[in-house]
Ligand binder design. Structure first.
Ligand code: ATP
Ligand code: MG
Length: 400
């Protein structure tokens, strides 16, 4: 099925056209996958993936002849990166799946873009944009991806159960794309997910799951993605044992208000840790995350947690001092979510070392002259130093 490109203009559409023009020398070259989908939605995409009939050696030879630098990014599965000036493209030879086992696919090179599109996960990810011989753009959309984009639906290419069984990560990817675009997951897909969710964690590498979680943190509704991960039981399998607290939607709802993906991930990890019975080291091992990322999540989470309720000035000073390096990050998150009042991040007041409440102050406040005044001065002084209180009236009240 070949149809004219819908006539919306976007910068990503220009990027697609430029790519195809620059790579005119490749046989049957198409922009495929995410860039096509995002251009139709009117979003920019970071990277442009190209598919071609040429084999990797041919891609390299043709490109190098025209002054491109080439990198063997994944030459075994057919991918070469082409670089020239500001342009960078991942070019992959058309492929088809020979066998799949829920984790890995054995692929071989294929002769047509249709075959290449057929092995892709969802209809919205299985479209290709090409240029005809007169330089006009056209779309290949053999599975109705445009219609699904219009209707806001995540639909598998082919039979959902079969496609999810081939690679169970696709279930998590369905959640991610649904959250990213606010789309519904189609019906046969939902039943297939229900049937197969319990097999995901045992069959997919943690690295791939965590990578989808990190990407999902960039979507406008990360809490929806998390809710699906919880609802399907996948998160519980991944980080067991979890407590019932994980189902408390309050935990994750404000993650959407946080701007940076790395900050969202930090709060997600903190909440996840606290809704589980695992320790931080365990969590790190299961999610295969680097130590510094886990440490950052732990410290930021603690800081926000400890400052959530009113505390003495001394404790506040100690808490802030112990996590100096992360105060501005935590403060940013607190501002965006409202988890902590901004005043709790203010620099602690300097406390004078000399007693501020003197004997005269106690006498003025109506205390009887005598040896007990010395005890009161001492007590007020201790409170002054410990709690950082410098208000004389308050010190006198607390000391008696
Ligand atoms: P993003 O913008 O988040 O990168 P994307 O669509 O580019 O989205 P990628 O994970 O980068 O997603 O994959 C690029 C393309 O490769 C997808 O659009 C899809 O066509 C195909 N693809 C990726 N992962 C799978 C998979 N597990 N099964 C089938 N096809 C996949
Ligand atoms: Mg991509």
């Amino acid at each position: 099925m070949t149809q004219p490109m819908p006539s919306k203009t976007h910068s990503s559409k220009t990027m697609i056209r430029n790519a195809l023009q620059e790579l005119y020398f490749l046989s049957d070259a198409y922009v495929v996958g995410g860039a096509v989908r995002d251009s139709l939605i009117g979003r920019d995409s970071d990277d442009i993936d190209i598919a071609t009939r040429d084999r990797p050696e041919t891609v390299k030879a043709k490109a190098e002849f025209r002054g491109w630098n080439t990198v063997d990014t994944g030459i075994d599965h057919g991918t070469v990166t082409l670089l020239k000036g500001d342009s960078e493209y991942e070019v992959t030879t058309f492929r088809r799946d020979v066998s799949t086992d829920g984790r890995n696919a054995t692929v071989e090179f294929a002769g047509s873009v249709e075959e290449d599109l057929k092995r892709r996960d969802f209809t919205i990810n299985a479209m290709a944009a090409g240029l005809d011989s007169s330089g006009n753009e056209f779309m290949k959309d053999p599975f109705g991806g445009i219609e699904d984009l219009i209707n806001g639906r995540i639909r598998a290419v082919g039979d959902p159960k079969t496609r999810f069984r081939e690679d169970l990560l696709r279930i998590v990817r369905a959640f991610r794309f649904a959250a990213r675009y606010g789309f519904e997951i189609g019906e046969p897909e939902r039943s297939a997910i229900e049937e197969l969710s319990s097999e995901v964690v045992g069959n997919v590498s943690p690295e791939r799951i965590t990578s989808e979680i990190e990407k999902a943190m960039k979507s406008p509704n990360p809490e929806e993605f998390i809710a699906k991960l919880v609802g399907s039981g996948i998160l519980a399998d991944y980080v067991q044992p979890l407590t019932g607290e994980i189902r408390n939607p309050e935990r994750f709802v404000d993650i959407r208000d946080i701007e940076r993906a790395e900050d969202r991930m930090a709060i997600f990890l903190w909440e996840l840790k606290n809704a589980s019975l695992v320790d931080w080291a365990d969590l790190q091992e299961r999610l295969r995350l680097p130590t510094d990322q886990i440490e950052r999540a732990r410290k930021i989470g603690q800081l926000l947690f400890l400052l959530e309720d009113p505390i003495s000035e001394t404790n506040r000073r100690k808490i802030l001092a112990a996590r100096r390096g992360l105060i501005s990050d935590a403060q940013r998150i607190a501002r965006q979510t409202g988890r902590v009042p901004p005043s709790r991040f203010e620099k602690p007041k300097e406390v004078p070392l000399e007693p501020v409440a003197t004997g005269q102050d106690f006498l003025d406040a109506g205390f009887e002259e005598g040896p007990q005044i010395g005890d009161l001065i001492e007590k007020a002084h201790a409170i002054q130093l410990e709690e950082g209180i410098t208000d004389v009236e308050l010190l006198i009240k607390k000391a008696q």
